[in-house]
Design a protein around this ligand. Structure first.
Ligand SMILES: Cc1ncc(COP(=O)(O)O)c(C=O)c1O
Length: 472
């Protein structure tokens, strides 16, 4: 049989002869040189032809029968499996050599955001190839260590905690040592863990109204009493004596979510003073403060606090990408033990490969460069958004526009923002009403995210908004 004359077996190789023979036979079948239904030489004849033991041929044939490449026909011999006949030789080659990876997710669950879904970074700007290079490097260097349980790293890998402490000290004025940094699976997880630590029976939480719905969801889960804190152009009004006792105040001082107002300096000082007086914790959620377009980010609330009552929470969801699930907390020393107890009970370990990758990403300046690149794009998108909105004469007042990922357009008092949002949704847009974030009260308005959409998409989508708005 000519086909087998080309089979060369290397007797000096470390790979056993039976494995080499299997590989040759597999290749012959995959390339179509041995087609479905074709008879193979008997084990005796092939062993003579190739000058190898008969056992070697038997073992190779048996392996390929188990893989369904070959089939044994009783009293007849060994044949290339007839089941392969449904494939043309070309398709066999393609299917076998380059199996199509099945999708691991349902397509319908992974759609890109629709304009103007709030809080969405443009993930297409993320330098995935660079990230993968760092990831490959840390796995090659520290792979086995990173794959293990490590009960001493419940708060996160030391290198990452050190890099985050430096990043926060330099960029946000946060006063902390790396030992005060805890790594969490995003800031939502951080707030959940903090609720475990801070909520005390009989005490309530003081939330901004309107507020980030994720925080309300956690408080409802814990059955915590919620006090609605009024938000105006100076940000959150600090709690009054009648609101006490309060376990903690949750606040987004750099950019109030979702209105976009910045907490004024007098309010910051008042909040800190009151917290010290009433022994109340403050949770500062600094979710997108890196995106301040015409000036450096504001110093954190935590940097003003001399009483160690502010717990600083941050996330990489916005500056990198949300599915990374990486956030952090800068904890006051007095809370370290209690927090570690909760973290250790819920989740002793971390995603060490991702943590090590992120640490290298920060240390090598890639985070800094990526934030710079995003800021350039997002600043331009914000400008395009505001110019288009003005040109189209949208009946919306965009009051707070120094940065961030969203622009809240306030409607005329008395308007029904739910109805406006519903009409926009019917036109294929995703623009939530301000009231969907409120606890008790909010002015009517619509929350537009602009960062995930290119300038053209922003313009065409705003034209659609303008058409709908004519019917309000
Ligand atoms: C104010 C605020 N805090 C926290 C989060 C949650 O972010 P993460 O993805 O880190 O859980 C969000 C998400 O949009 C947010 O808007």
């Amino acid at each position: 049989m000519k086909t087998f004359e080309a089979v060369f077996l290397d007797r000096g190789a470390t790979k056993p002869l039976q494995v080499q023979l299997q590989q040759h036979l597999r290749n012959l079948i995959q390339s179509g040189k041995l087609s479905a239904g074709k008879a193979l030489p008997s084990t005796r004849s092939l062993s003579v032809q190739l000058n190898i033991s008969r056992n070697t041929v038997v073992t190779a044939y048996e392996q390929l029968i188990s893989e369904a490449y070959l089939e044994a026909r009783p009293r007849s011999g060994i044949y290339v499996s007839s089941a392969l006949s449904q494939f043309s030789s070309e398709r066999v080659v393609r299917t076998q050599r380059k199996p199509r990876a099945p999708s691991v997710v349902e397509d319908s669950t992974l759609l890109p955001p629709v304009p103007f879904r709030p809080c969405q970074p443009d993930v297409s700007l993320f330098p995935l190839a660079l990230w993968n290079r760092y990831r490959g490097r840390v796995v090659r260097r520290d792979g086995l260590k990173l794959l293990q349980y490590n009960e001493h790293s419940a708060m996160g890998l030391r290198a990452l905690r050190e890099n985050i402490a430096t990043y926060l000290r330099d960029g946000r004025g946060v006063k902390c040592d790396w030992r005060q940094i805890a790594i969490t699976s995003g800031s939502q997880h951080a707030i959940f863990l903090l609720a475990h630590v801070l909520l005390k029976s009989g005490k309530k939480v003081y939330l901004e109204d309107p507020d980030y719905n994720g925080t309300k969801r956690i408080m409802n889960l814990f059955g915590a009493g919620i006090i609605s804190g009024q938000v105006d152009e100076q940000g959150l009004r600090p709690p009054l004596a009648k609101d006490q006792p309060i376990s903690f105040v949750y606040v987004t001082p750099s950019r109030q979510f979702p209105t976009g107002a910045t907490l004024s300096l007098p309010r910051r000082l008042e909040l800190i003073q009151e917290a010290a007086k009433t022994n109340t914790w403050i949770v500062e959620d600094d979710y997108d403060s890196d995106f301040r377009y015409r000036a450096a980010p504001l110093p954190s609330l935590q940097s003003l606090d001399t009483n160690d009552k502010v717990i600083y929470v941050g996330t990489f969801s916005k500056v990198l990408f949300p599915s990374l699930r990486m956030g952090y907390i800068a904890l006051p020393k007095a809370l370290l033990e209690d927090f570690l107890r909760v973290k250790y009970a819920v989740d002793q370990y971390g995603h060490f490969i991702e943590q090590a990758t992120l640490s290298a990403f920060i240390e090598n300046g890639a985070l800094h460069s990526h934030i710079g690149r995003c800021k350039r794009h997002y600043a331009q998108r914000q400008e395009v958004f505001l110019e288009s909105a003005a040109r189209l004469g949208l009946p919306l007042d965009f009051r707070y526009k120094d940065g961030g990922m969203n622009l809240t357009g306030f409607l005329q008092p008395g308007m029904d923002d739910q109805e406006c949002s519903k009409m926009l949704s019917d036109a294929g847009l995703d623009i939530p009403p301000l009231s969907s974030f409120s606890i008790k009260r909010s002015e009517p308005g619509l929350v537009f995210g602009f960062t995930a959409f290119g300038p053209q998409k922003i313009c065409s989508s705003l034209e659609c908004v303008a058409q709908v708005a004519r019917r309000w």
